[in-house]
Design a protein around this ligand. Structure first.
Ligand SMILES: [Zn+2]
Length: 313
């Protein structure tokens, strides 16, 4: 007998019938063997070349990458356009702002020039000079310090000219007793405008001041600022009359000035047209027993005022 796996369908059926016949004596109608027909499948495509497959895959990948790249480029281009537009707007705005700033600077400069000119005119008026006296004063300064005068007049701000007028110019009546110490330039004016005597006796004025100092029991007086010539004149008066208190007159800042300021006692006079730097003035303002500010420039202006204030204090 054939092995089971070697049997064909007919063999199998034949064997089955024989077995059945043996068991039952019944002979089954032989079943016509159904021929086994393989179902016709569509012809399989010829196997593809693996190299071609690989190439195709690679190509597809590259195409996708290219698309992504193109999208990126388009996006970058759009961003660049936006940036460029923004940049152009910024540039336009910056140019406008620059222009506006430049215009504003021009206007400020013009205003400053006008203001400075006005201030400089005010400097002469402040000193009570007539037009003729201004010309004489200019001539005196031009002769003595031409460069300093030119620099001061050309300066935009009035401060250098104010300083020059304060330091160098003394308005005097022409009396021999009204010649200030030092090298001040003497501009002769009517006696009532003499910055030393003002038409009265300078010595008498200092004597009255000294008496008021004594009455107020102030041990010393410190003058801060004023012109060098008038400070020197004060010192000379003080030496001559020799009252019982000390005098210090501070112009330019000296070494250890803030310590001196802290140690200062008695009367502190902040004298207008000060050439002393602000720091020093502040230190002196905070010291002493009594601080008085006077805006008058000349001795004839400040001495009677200080005397009056001391008598009130
Ligand atoms: Zn005088």
């Amino acid at each position: 007998m054939k092995k089971l796996d070697e049997m064909r369908e007919d063999d199998f059926l034949g064997a089955f019938q024989q077995e059945k016949r043996k068991e039952t004596g019944f002979v089954a109608k032989p079943v016509a063997a159904k021929p086994l027909v393989a179902k016709a499948l569509p012809p399989a495509p010829p196997p593809e070349d693996p190299q071609l497959v690989a190439l195709r895959t690679e190509n597809a990948g590259q195409k996708a990458a290219l698309q992504r790249l193109e999208a990126d480029v388009a996006q970058a281009r759009a961003a660049l356009d936006v940036a460029r537009t923004t940049q152009e707007r910024f540039d336009r705005e910056r140019r406008l702002a620059d222009k506006r700033a430049e215009d504003a600077r021009d206007r400020v400069r013009e205003l400053e020039m006008r203001l400075a000119a006005a201030d400089k005119t005010a400097l002469w008026a402040d000193r009570g000079l007539t037009k003729a006296e201004v010309l004489r004063a200019l001539a005196l300064l031009a002769n003595a310090q031409p460069q300093a005068l030119l620099t001061a007049v050309m300066a935009v701000e009035p401060q250098p000219l104010a300083q020059l007028l304060n330091d160098r110019l003394a308005l005097v009546c022409g009396a021999p007793t009204c010649e200030p110490a030092g090298d001040a330039l003497l501009l002769v004016v009517p006696v009532e405008r003499c910055e030393l005597c003002g038409g009265s006796d300078l010595r008498a004025a200092y004597r009255a001041f000294a008496q008021a100092m004594g009455a107020a029991r102030l041990p010393s007086v410190t003058f801060i600022g004023g012109s060098p010539a008038y400070r020197e004149t004060l010192r000379a008066l003080h030496r001559e009359l020799n009252p019982g208190f000390a005098l210090d007159a501070v112009g330019k800042k000296r070494p250890g000035e803030s310590k001196r300021a802290q140690a200062a006692r008695g009367l502190i006079v902040i004298w207008g047209g000060s050439e002393v730097d602000h720091d020093t003035t502040i230190h002196y303002r905070q010291s002493g027993d009594l601080v008085l500010s006077v805006s008058h420039r000349g001795l004839s202006g400040i001495l009677p005022r200080l005397t009056a204030q001391l008598q009130k204090a």
